[in-house]
Design a protein around this ligand. Structure first.
Ligand code: FAD
Length: 331
């Protein structure tokens, strides 16, 4: 069986939350193998321990590139590592059917650069993966989710950017055998991170891009202070908070919470839209959600066209009752 490489990002020295899903997606079409980059100066990061964790999540092979300054170098170490892993797999005689990455900003850039380097077929915003004969069949949503497209790459290895929460289940545990790869000879120009500034306050909430549940608020909230109602609902569900552009433009919340065409694309299992009309540009960023719930006082709002459940009512009446009902269920 051919290998399917995934890029495992590290979060505080552990495989990031999305890794299990990437390995589960890889297992649908071949033998999952993970690629990671470790900074040689980072003594706290233990490659053997990470490989064991990746094995538990389904990686048969873990390609480890250990490189100086990789944690302070943007993007290129990951590109070089994937390229080196492709070469190592090919030299070992086991083909690679596809490379799968998550859709976070860094991984998207890694995917694009890798596609240029190896002549791969970049497949974007993928929400489903399947094997068809010798090919990899991917499902994508196009034009803001208005069309579902199924395609196979005509040439080049498929390099797939997978939206979070697209593949259910997990891959069976595997050995997680380590193969060291060398990226020291990579001469591509690279950018160095000299300082990092946290733009928004630290939050205990899950990441908007990968959250299982997202609660978003729109202009209907009326003010930043009243937007706290959306945050209370999100916290009662352990959800991430999102917003429409109108809410962001009005200054209710920070720009980095904007969901939509010019914001973040989310695909949670549950998306709750509160006081959001459902303009096409907003839908473009959330239409892939598994279940959509809308709370809006206007029964003709377009958000109801795509909602699985809708409540027509004043959000200031409905949402507090919802928070109370959730609390009652918890107790
Ligand atoms: P509105 O359209 O004003 O809707 C507010 C809703 O709240 C209404 O449906 C109303 O019935 C409801 N409401 C009001 N009061 C209450 C109440 N008390 N109880 C219940 N319901 C209530 N938008 C995005 O969201 N994301 C994007 O990325 C994005 N990109 C864009 C890119 C371009 C190029 C352009 C042109 C636009 C873009 N927009 C984007 C803007 C988009 O077109 C809409 O203007 C925006 O989504 C509207 O936000 P909203 O639904 O919060 O506001």
């Amino acid at each position: 069986m051919s290998q399917v490489l995934i890029l495992a990002q590290l979060q505080d020295g552990e495989p990031a939350d999305t890794t299990g899903e990437l390995l589960a997606a890889a297992a649908l079409i071949g033998e999952p193998a993970a690629v990671i980059v470790i900074d040689s100066a980072d003594a706290a990061v233990d490659g053997s321990r990470i490989a064991a964790a990746l094995g538990t999540l389904g990686a048969h092979t873990v390609f480890i590139a250990t490189a100086a300054n990789s944690s302070s170098t943007l993007i290129t170490p990951q590109v070089a590592a994937l390229q080196a892993a492709l070469a190592a797999a090919s030299a070992a005689g086991s083909g690679v059917d596809a490379v799968i990455l998550s859709t976070d900003n860094d991984s998207r850039e890694v995917a694009a650069r890798l596609a240029v380097r190896v002549g791969g077929a970049l497949q974007w915003d993928v929400v489903g993966i399947d094997a068809t004969g010798d090919s990899v069949l991917v499902t994508q949503q196009a034009f803001g989710g208005a069309f579902t497209v199924r395609s196979v790459a005509a040439r080049g290895i498929p390099i797939i950017s997978l939206r979070p929460n697209s593949v259910a289940g997990s891959a069976p545990a595997a050995p997680g055998s380590i193969t060291a790869i060398d990226i020291s000879g990579d001469t591509a120009p690279s950018a160095t991170i000299t300082a990092t500034h946290e733009k928004s306050e630290a939050t205990e909430r899950p990441s908007l891009q990968t959250a299982d549940i997202v609660v978003s608020g729109g202009r209907g909230l009326g003010s930043g202070e009243q937007f706290r109602l959306v945050e209370r609902l999100a916290d009662s569900l352990g959800a991430a908070v999102g917003a429409s552009r109108a809410a962001v433009d009005a200054g209710f919340v920070d720009h980095n919470l904007q969901v939509g065409q010019t914001g973040i694309t989310v695909s949670p299992n549950l998306y709750i839209a509160v006081g959001i009309s459902g303009a096409i540009q907003h839908r473009a960023g959330m239409q892939g959600s598994k279940t959509i719930v809308a709370i809006n006082k206007d029964a003709d709002s377009p958000i109801f066209d795509i909602a699985d459940f809708g409540v027509v009512g004043d959000l200031f009446t409905v949402v507090p009752q919802l928070i109370d009902a959730i609390a009652a269920r918890k107790n």
